[in-house]
Ligand binder design. Structure first.
Ligand code: C2E
Ligand code: MG
Ligand code: MG
Length: 669
């Protein structure tokens, strides 16, 4: 810096010279301070400008990344933007492949002047390097950016010769990661020395993050799609995906529509396992079963020479479906079903127990009669229910006959629902007598009839099984209970006081109805509502209820007997006739099944009846013989000591008016 001269007057004293010198230095200091301040301001402005450029660049990349789902296109755009705005000569993208073992250039690059860089572009467009080698390989290995200040110095750099030929000097490379996983590497080359590495690092890293978000979004979308089509617990296709595959498979069937089968699989007793061990155990069992089914399907495909295609789906709690497509032969589905039963044979550990989960399988094959795949699915479902009805571990293949039968049953069920709604049921009453002496009328058994609008009066044998199977028996039974007690109340009401022991009503209770948790309450309610004396009500159950749950049966019987209600064991001798039930369950009455009465001429039957009477006597039970059709039968029973009886010979079941008129006849007699 040149000093400015300050000419002094001739008469200046040395003191003046000193003052001038001081002023000069002060001025100089001031100038320097101003220049520094200007330089600082200028640098600040430049930095501000640069960061604005960087921000704008990032904003453009971010906007593009937000709008696009195409990772390649976003990479392409980002490379170009970064090159143009940061002054690089060449940029290149490399994908991470083979689970992170390789870096593969993917022909995604940008060059400001491709002609000038030609040989280098050529070697950079497509190459593969293992992890650890070359520039991208090092980034892949170390998971951080790498810099080359002077390419001439780096012998390990593979493309060194072409780079020098293109007069490139410096380079850098950065990872692009999604979460923990590196998905790509981007590299940049320049013919100038690199300045301000901090800024480069910041800008390119941020750009890389934006580019990576495209993949992240794609993955999230794919995961959502997967979740929408798969069962979260087992990972199997769900109903939606199954439906889609079924429709697609059906569309591709040949003209005769053969070659496809649908199997519906329902685990037997799964609910019981769930209830006993809890939902976690149930879930674990389902996952275990899924693994076994998958193994069976693999074995099936191997044994079929890999013909056909199988989709195993979970469509409900314990319900699975297999779609078999391109079947190798007409019995293929049965073969797979056998394998599925096989894999379930080994027990599963649930808590500390070993449980056996069996399955019921229904199969339906495609064919010319089907218009859509839903119909096949419905028929497979129907076959599965049929298999369930046959017991555990069965397979049933749908046939036309089965279809007709099931449709009839379904029609009957529908009609039963209408019957409940339209009150088409009526009760008949069959008198029960004391057999000896003057044959006293003791009470009645209420027996249901269906007053069908077109078919007339229908006996219970024709509709109760369907009512039990469909669960409708619970509603019907409730109606019977109310109706019978109301009728008895009417009968009692019109009997004069002091006219002797009032007649009882005997009401049949189906096992399902009896085992309802609210059954005892229901009895109590009906007793309260109708006001009938509890000891005039008898509930008839069969051994079926004890077989299902003996403990609960005893509990319920004891409870209702505490209120005074009487209990009868119906149809004794036909079922299990287990003496232990008879001994342990609190019954008042035992009803000998009419089959023994019908054959009472046969000494064998007579011996059985005698044994039953002895047993009843020792257990202090009264006995009613059912189905007495002749005077002889009645006499024999009286001789054997049977106290009570009912039957066509004594009185057929009649409607309320006719049946209850018997009370008046008796009084009149
Ligand atoms: P059950 O309880 O053993 O009733 C006796 C059945 O024997 C009645 O048949 C009755 O009509 C019939 N019967 C009576 N005397 C004679 C006879 O001398 N000879 C012959 N061959 N049969 C005789 P029904 O009314 O057809 O009822 C059949 C079964 O249906 C009943 O057997 C009972 O188990 C069930 N049932 C009837 N009504 C109801 C009801 O309201 N609820 C429930 N859950 N079951 C009912
Ligand atoms: Mg009965
Ligand atoms: Mg009976």
């Amino acid at each position: 810096m040149k000093h400015e001269a300050f000419p002094l007057p001739l008469d200046a004293t040395p003191a003046d010279a000193q003052t001038v010198e001081k002023l000069r230095r002060l001025l100089e200091q001031e100038r320097r301070a101003r220049r520094d301040a200007e330089a600082i301001a200028e640098r600040g402005l430049r930095e501000l400008y640069e960061s604005q450029v960087r921000l704008a660049l990032l904003q453009r990349i971010t906007d593009f990344a937000n709008q696009s789902n195409d990772f390649g296109a976003v990479l392409d755009m980002a490379l170009k933007e970064i090159c143009v705005h940061m002054g690089w000569d060449f940029a290149n993208a490399i994908r991470v492949a083979e689970g992170g073992r390789e870096a593969v250039a993917c022909n995604t690059w940008y060059a400001a002047d491709p002609k000038r860089l030609f040989p280098f572009v050529e070697v950079s467009r497509e190459f593969t390097v293992p992890r650890g080698e070359g520039l991208p390989g090092r980034v892949l290995r170390d998971d951080h950016p790498h810099w080359i200040d002077d390419i001439a110095d780096e012998a390990w750099f593979h493309r060194r010769r072409e780079a020098l030929q293109a007069k490139l000097l410096s380079a850098c490379a950065f990872p692009i990661s999604v979460g923990e996983e590196m998905v790509a590497i981007i590299e940049f080359f320049s013919s100038k020395p690199m300045v301000d590495k901090d800024n480069i690092l910041l800008t390119i890293t941020q750009a890389g993050t934006q580019v990576g978000r495209v993949i992240e979004r794609e993955r999230a979308r794919a995961a959502l799609l997967h979740d929408a089509l798969h069962d979260a617990m087992t990972g199997l296709p769900n109903r939606v995906l199954l439906d889609e595959r079924c429709r697609a498979a059906f569309q591709h069937l040949p003209a005769d529509r053969t070659g496809l089968a649908i199997m519906v699989i329902d685990l037997d007793g799964f609910k019981a396992i769930n209830d006993k061990y809890g939902h976690h155990a149930g879930d674990a069992l389902l996952v275990d079963v899924t693994g076994r089914f998958e193994a069976a399907i693999v074995a099936f495909q191997q044994s079929s020479g890999r013909a056909g295609h199988a989709t195993l789906a979970r469509v409900g709690g314990d319900e699975f479906v297999v779609l078999l497509d391109g079947l190798p032969d007409p019995e293929a589905a049965e073969r797979l079903a056998a394998l599925l039963h096989d894999v379930l044979r080994a027990p599963t550990q649930v808590d500390n127990d070993l449980v056996n989960a069996g399955a019921s399988i229904g199969i339906a094959y495609s064919g010319p009669v089907y218009d859509d795949v839903e119909q096949i699915r419905r028929d497979a479902d129907l076959a599965m229910y049929e298999a369930k009805g046959e017991g555990s571990g069965r397979t049933v293949t749908f046939t036309d006959a089965l279809g007709t039968e099931a449709r009839n049953r379904m029609a009957l069920e529908r009609e039963l629902r209408e019957a409940i709604r339209d009150k088409q049921f009526v009760l008949f009453y069959q008198p029960i007598f004391a057999l000896g002496g003057d044959r006293r009328l003791m009470g009645y058994e209420a027996l249901i009839r269906w007053q069908h609008p077109t078919r007339g009066l229908i006996d219970p044998g024709a509709f109760l099984p369907a009512a039990e199977e469909s669960g409708l028996i619970v509603f019907i039974g409730d109606w019977v209970l109310r109706q019978a007690c109301t009728a008895l109340a009417r009968l009692h009401a019109r009997m004069p006081k002091g006219s002797g022991e009032p007649p009882f009503i005997s009401i049949n209770i189906a096992p399902q109805q009896f085992l309802q948790p609210s059954f005892a309450q229901q009895i109590q309610r009906v007793l309260a509502e109708t006001g009938v004396p509890p000891d005039c009500v008898r509930l008839e159950v069969t051994e079926g209820v004890a077989i299902i749950d003996a403990d609960r049966t005893r509990q319920v019987l004891e409870e209702i007997r505490d209120w005074g209600v009487r209990t009868s064991l119906d149809d004794f001798g036909t079922g299990y006739s287990s003496l232990s039930y008879l001994q342990n369950l609190p019954f008042d009455t035992l009803k000998i099944d009419r089959s023994f009465v019908a054959s009472i001429d046969d000494p064998k039957s007579r011996n059985i009846v005698r044994a039953i009477l002895d047993l009843a006597g020792s257990l202090n039970l009264s006995v009613v013989a059912e189905g007495i059709e002749s005077q002889d039968q009645g006499r024999t029973l009286i001789e054997m000591g049977c106290e009570y009886g009912q039957g066509f010979h004594l009185g057929v079941p009649l409607d309320e008016k006719a049946a209850f008129a018997l009370v008046d006849e008796r009084r009149a007699a």
